[in-house]
Design a binder for this molecule. Sequence first.
Ligand SMILES: [Zn+2]
Ligand SMILES: [Zn+2]
Length: 353
Amino acid sequence: MKEHEYSGHLHIHSSFSDGNASVEEIARHAASSGLTFIGITDHNTLEGLKKGLEGWHNGVLVFFGTEINVEKNHYIAFNIREKIPPDDENPQRVIDAVNARGGFGYLAHPVEKGNPFFLKGRFFAWDKWDVSGFTGLEIWNFGSLWRAAYNSKIRVLFWYFYDIYRAARFPDPEGLAIWDSLLQERPVVAFAGSDAHSFQGRLGPFKLSFFPYGFLFRTLNTHILLEEELSRDLPGAREQIFSSLRKGRFFIGSDYLHSTRGFRFSALNKDDDEVSMGQEIAYSPATVLRIVSPSPRGLIRVIKNGRVVYESREQILAFKVLKPGTFRVEVCWRPFLGRPLPWIFSNPIYVRY
Ligand SMILES: [Zn+2]
Ligand SMILES: [Zn+2]
């Protein structure tokens, strides 16, 4: 199966809300990071869309979603043209309003933890888990992990300058467990981003940008896979990207550790077509999963119904499916020293009777 891979970055704030750069500047950083697309998701506004900024800037396709709600239950919605009023207490109303307008969305940083040092302990997790109708959830968020990681100025500054990636190395296992348990019920798409704001700060006499966009765009990226090349016209390209995001035909890769370009996960039967992530395949005794790791330094884990069922250091793996289930793949990066680090998260393939 020939698939066209495009990498981009999602969950970004611009100066239309509390980010610190214009859409134009952010797109410039995305271009120099080699991205094809970015999804800007300002808090409770679609100002960028209203101003006609959707389209290509510096060769990067910019589209707009919005992050709805204020103190908790943040919901990232795409493919809506009008903003939707926040409702922190009843996020189901927000999800339903997005769906009614043809949009789709993800629970943002749903298991975020607080930290007395950051924002006086305020945090923005989900506290309503009886919701339905959402497309997926954010399993890896660079900014959110940082917000919880260090509880003093000294620690924050030390780790920021010594090893900025350390806080974000491991997605919260609680979020992954929730995703796996939701997957027992229905297809749920995993989503990731950086929550990029580029905070402005001071260090003595120096003005500094913390977590600049250009850095974050080399971390937790979204790699979508398309059957056709990305269209050069805006409605066509938007439809291709939104359709991949909605179905989960993409993977999440930490391009900070090593480029994740080239990862593939598909399933095939003897005579059938091959299917990709986000799709279903009918089980047969010939069903095989095909996994390609972008580097021999990867450690492939096949996860079925939330449990690791196979591990391999092969770069190309053919895994025979013995029984139907929901399959997803994690690839860890094996550093020269220390334990393997999360590197790639696939979206699932659903093998059904
Ligand atoms: Zn948020
Ligand atoms: Zn955000």
